[in-house]
Design a protein around this ligand. Sequence first.
Ligand code: UT7
Length: 335
Amino acid sequence: MKQTQLKANITATGKYLPKEVLTNHDMAKLVETSDEWIQTRTGIRERRKVQKGEATVDMSTNAVRDLMERYDLDAKEIDAIIVATVTPDMILPCSAALVQKNINAVNAWGYDLSAACSGFLFGLESGAALIVSGRCEKVIVIGADTMSSILNYEDRNTCILFGDGAGAVLLEPSEEFGIIDSELRIDGTGGEFLRVDGGGSLHPASHETVSNKLHYVRQDGKTVYKFAVRGMADISYEVAERNNLKGDDISLFIPHQANKRIIDAAAKRLGLKESQVMINIDTYANTTSATIPICIAEVSEKNMLNIGDNVIISTFGAGFSWGAMYLKWGMQANA
Ligand code: UT7
């Protein structure tokens, strides 16, 4: 995206995490694994899981309600709602419509966006386009996933990695702060390495798809890891470099939380110290579309940034899909 006068600025955030905590020790009761293995290989200590009957729309609604309480936003002011998710409550209607109903955002339109772990970043880009074009003044972008609904709790390669959660941001126009630049990519040649085959139009749900466990996440972890390490580091560096940002110029790096080792590699490439990197994978694991908005909400809750600070956000996920974004933080403390 070229630099323009008007920017899309994040002015409010909210988040929701289900109450139930599954520790690595809990996972070790389900599959052959250990706290030591999971922590060393991924940086994860625990993750959250929805209660029966709770799903993506509930979590999204709660995240937006949290945002509205913090920012004193009237739902009638919202122009559009974008929900990034790979685990919508149902195939149709879209989650955005159900969130719109729950919060009574009577003037909003919206849609769901599916790009796995990159969904929220791509959603921010879409929301920003609505703001910068002047079509909308207040856009809610949500990242939410109920990963427990598509995990095979007998597969130690995948079930230990993911958790449930939701985060939301409000985008508004600003001439000074907000999204300055981004670089986003997809490459379908990586599609086979991280997938859910069942339940789509190619393999509609049937007794056979269920008995073959096609509705669960399958991942070739090693291959995804290899591409993720290079992909996230390269694209973050590219966006930082073309904006003349070197190590200390970056106040905070907010990466997708898939594996602490992938994050460390990207941070090293950017020349960052540990204190410049947002990490919460230890407590929530990989919540797919929700990792980045949950991070942003925590950054704001903890007042970790000042107005005008340089932030790089970056992601890598199924598709392959990946990207990085540079923004100037423009959110008032405690908003
Ligand atoms: O956000 C979406 C994008 N996804 C990612 O970015 C994930 C990318 N991949 C990864 O993060 C890592 O590849 C994993 C964390 C999934 C795996 O770590 P790894 O260091 O690549 O381990 P590995 O797959 O090479 O497995 C090493 C060993 C294997 O045993 P053998 O074949 O060496 O005997 C696995 O069977 O660890 C075994 N293993 C486990 N052991 C204990 C695999 N999963 C587990 C487990 N507990 N949960």
